[in-house]
Design a protein around this ligand. Structure first.
Ligand code: PLP
Length: 407
């Protein structure tokens, strides 16, 4: 990405011009949520001002237009993930709801007492707790893939965990704490050798690296719109048709039915079977706009720019005495978790904030991972394609000041 392209991109994100405590905002909390380009916000405004009517059931003009936009958004998501069919895309509120949907619905149909579910040690709570709740409900056991000192999953141990009782494997593509890009293709192949399906949590991958669900042969793949420059409250579940057809509905209500009588209800076909109630049709069209925006820049170009930021940021951080980077996998996304000496991460985050720099501190919704590392939390800088090396320089200058104050 050349300087001019970068400046053009930055100009698309009005919030990047904000002042925080009279300082230029440096936003390095993209792992938590990303900022929105003007076109996405305009799409939301256009939706409510010119296209708003409840979808699918209306005969009138506006309802038909809104339905077309929502269904076109489904096609955009399917194409973005390289799904084979648009019916395999279910709109959800985000990653969390998508995982809950699969845990609940797949669990209902396919899991029985004594069965096992595999997750990894580096999962976000949203890829742990729904499975734990299922385990409690059905008498299942949760098995955990461990990792090495660099934050890479131990595939030999994973192979040992797979057995005839394993019903599903659910792993993150990219760790939101360590930045590790997990070898999900290999994880899927190994599971498929034993006819075990795999869910991939793509919350931190879809915005940053190319994803092709067909090539991966993922059974389920989930992501959140707000982490890929889209609005909050919308995301998607990709599921192979054969699984989605075999799973019972997640929620009951309007839209997901074919016929209703007090004696018996029959369910709608895919994808509607899993979309009870009025969907977020304004959110879906804005999400599609965000995906188009990302596609226009090019996900490979984004990945390359963010990789440069990762390498540069890591090098510069290592200048600081007592620096400890948590997560040094060979294959890493642009997330840097760190600690400096014995300084509490919260104090670092608080003081950086006063200098206009937004980073995240704490356990990052991955308490089991943080516990396994024997630490209280980390400071996390996570980059997006609109971040620059100059921002990293300002961040390092500020961090040096902060460390001096706290040492
Ligand atoms: N999975 C990972 C790896 C995440 O980083 C996050 C959010 O930080 C989630 C799941 C949950 O996403 P959401 O809160 O958008 O549902």
């Amino acid at each position: 990405m050349n300087e001019q392209e970068l400046q053009n991109i930055r100009a698309d994100f009005p919030i990047l011009q904000e002042k925080i405590y009279n300082k230029d905002l440096i936003y390095f909390d993209n792992g938590a949520t990303t900022q929105k380009p003007r076109c996405v916000v305009e799409k939301i405004e256009e939706g409510y001002y010119h296209l708003n009517a409840n979808i699918h059931r209306g005969v009138h003009f506006l309802s038909q237009k809104a339905t077309e936009a929502h269904e076109a958004a489904r096609t955009t998501v399917a194409e973005f993930l390289h799904a084979s069919k648009r019916e395999e895309i279910i709109f959800t509120r985000g990653t969390t709801e998508a995982i809950n949907l699969v845990a609940s619905s797949f669990g209902e149909a396919f899991c029985h007492e004594g069965d096992e579910i595999i997750v990894s040690v580096m999962e976000h709570h949203s890829n742990i707790v729904p499975w734990q709740m299922l385990c409690e409900r059905k008498g299942l056991t949760l098995r955990v893939i461990p990792m090495n000192e660099f934050g890479e999953l131990n595939i030999d141990e994973y192979k040992k965990l797979l057995n005839s009782r394993t019903r599903i494997v659910s792993v993150g593509h990219v760790s939101n704490v360590l930045g590790t890009i997990n070898p999900v293709a290999e994880i899927i192949t190994l599971a498929h050798n034993q006819n075990i399906p795999v869910l991939v949590d793509g919350a931190q991958s879809v915005p940053h690296i190319p994803v092709n669900v067909m090539e991966l042969d993922a059974d389920f793949y989930v992501f959140s719109g707000h982490k890929i420059y889209g609005p909050t409250g919308i995301g998607a579940l990709y599921g192979k048709e054969k699984w989605l057809n075999a799973m019972p509905p997640y929620q009951g209500g309007g839209e997901m039915i074919s016929t209703v009588t007090f004696k018996k209800t029959t369910y709608n076909e895919l994808p509607f079977k899993f979309e009870a109630g009025t969907p977020d049709y304004i959110g879906s069209t804005a999400l599609a706009e965000a995906l188009r925006y990302v596609q226009d820049i090019g996900i490979e170009k984004i990945a390359a720019h963010e990789h440069d930021l990762l390498i540069y940021g890591t090098q510069r951080l290592m200048e600081i005495e007592g620096m400890r980077i948590i997560g040094t996998a060979k294959n890493k996304s642009a997330v840097i978790s760190f600690l400096v000496g014995n300084i509490h991460p919260y104090d670092v985050g608080m003081l950086l904030d006063k200098l206009g720099i937004a980073v995240r501190t704490g356990h990052h919704c991955a308490q089991p991972l943080i516990d396994s590392l024997g630490i209280a939390g980390t400071v996390r800088a996570s980059f997006a394609f609109y971040n620059t090396k100059e921002e990293i320089d300002e961040f390092i200058k500020a961090l040096k000041r902060v460390v001096e104050m706290l040492s």
